[in-house]
Every structure is written in C-alpha cells, then in structure tokens.
Design a protein around this ligand. Structure first.
Ligand code: MN
Length: 241
C-alpha cells in the first residue's frame, strides 16, 4: 500500500519526548495545563486557593521543546515568564473517571516549564478573552525526558524548583499541590476524554518571573529529573534555530 497518497502534503510526525534510560519515544497527543494549583501561586496571582476547582487550558502538541536547549526569544512579548511544573504523561485514557482509578493511567513524569507571555495573559484577563496566545505559542513547553512510573513510582512529595542564572526563583514541594495528579485527571476527564499520549502540566508554585534574552534556567523535581535551557538574544526573535 502506498503512503497516504491523498494528503495534500506529508503530515508531520507526532511530537515526542524521549523516555529516560531507554531508546523509546513517547508520542504526544495533547498538552493540557492546570491553572493555580499551588496555594502560594494562586495567592500571588490574586486567587483564592481554598475555593477554586481546577481549571484548564491547553497548548498545541508541537509547543513541546524536548530537553529545553536553546530557544529563540518568543514573538510578541516583552514579559516572558517561567513556571516550573510536574508533567504527567498518560499511557491510557478514559472519561468520567474517579480519582481512585486515575493513577493507573499514568505512564510517567517529567519536568516541564509552562512558558507564559504574561503581558498577553494580563491583557486577555482584563478583556475576558482567551489565554490561547498567552500560553500556546511556539516552543512554549520545554520538557525533560520522561521517567516511567515503573522506574520511580508516583512522586507526591519532594523538591520542585527553578533557578535563573544560578539564582533560585521558585522552590516548593510537590506535597503543596492543591489538587493531586489523580484528582486533576479525574476533573479533566469530566471535560474531555483522555487518551494515551496526553500530557498534563500540573501547575506551578510561587515565584514565577521573567526570562530575558541570554538567561539560562534550570528546573528540577526530585526523583523526576532536571531541565535546562537558554533563551537566545533578540537577534533570534521568533525564528527557528
Ligand atoms: Mn502553569
């Protein structure tokens, strides 16, 4: 059989993340993100962590930037913010799930950074418009290789943090999550059907701040891994490198 002769052009391969200590790749279907899932960050953004159910937004699958590395400064922003997050990778799916049945969906974990064009997000909030352009831009989801749940279990406590040029900006503990990964997946599965290949960025702790041209960040989560990346200068603005 010939290869997809009816496509107008050759479809791109699915974005993927490498799996640590293996030669395998995890193909990405969708990227979901949770807003305000650490009490400290909810407060710094003006929310009330005690009363808000989790809410979600998404990024395109090809926003993933495996391994961080060097990235051009994004288009259309003067306020690029870092948000370090535990990323949950699903090896199975379902809809209308209970938290008690969600752990078995989880294939593995990664360290991700939910890069945010905070100036665009502020404008979107003020005018009650969507966050899509503030959150779902090119290369907005740097992510470490996945570690499997088989290898590391299900980390629910331990250090999560991010430094910029060696200075610690975010430092917290996974135990401070308002909604656990299982609870988050259960909520999300009531909105959309989950499927293998879905990634969920589970929210960021306090200390979000700006990344400027030339900055190097280091993000870490105990038992999960590290991620480092550098934002290139304005001469690279928006261009693929
Ligand atoms: Mn976030």
């Amino acid at each position: 059989m010939s290869d997809n002769p009816r496509y107008v052009f050759e479809p791109e391969k699915r974005p993927a993340l490498p799996v640590s200590n293996s030669d395998r790749l995890f193909p990405i279907r969708r990227i979901y993100c949770v807003g305000r899932n650490y009490a400290s960050h909810a407060r710094e953004m003006g929310g009330d962590p005690d009363r808000e159910a989790p809410f979600f937004f998404s990024k395109p699958a090809d926003a993933i930037l495996p391994g961080g590395g060097r990235m051009p400064f994004p288009l259309a922003t003067e306020e690029l913010h870092h948000e370090v997050e535990l990323v949950v990778a699903l090896g199975a799916g379902g809809a209308r799930l209970e938290p008690g049945s969600c752990r078995e969906l989880i294939y593995g974990y990664a360290v991700g950074v939910d890069l945010t064009r905070r100036d665009l997000q502020r404008d979107a909030k003020a005018s009650a418009r969507p966050w899509a352009m503030a959150k779902g831009f090119d290369r907005s989801a740097p992510c470490s290789p996945l570690v499997t749940a088989v290898a590391v279990g299900h980390p629910r406590s331990g250090s999560i943090g991010l430094s910029v040029n060696g200075e610690i900006r975010q430092s917290a503990d996974l135990a401070d999550l308002v909604w656990s990964p299982e609870e988050t997946l259960a909520h999300l599965s009531r909105l959309v059907e989950l499927a293998p290949g879905d990634l969920v960025f589970t929210g960021t702790p306090a200390g979000v701040g700006s990344l400027s041209s030339g900055d190097t960040y280091l993000a870490w989560i105990e038992r999960v891994g590290e991620l480092t990346g550098t934002v290139l200068g304005p001469e690279h603005a928006g261009a693929a490198i």
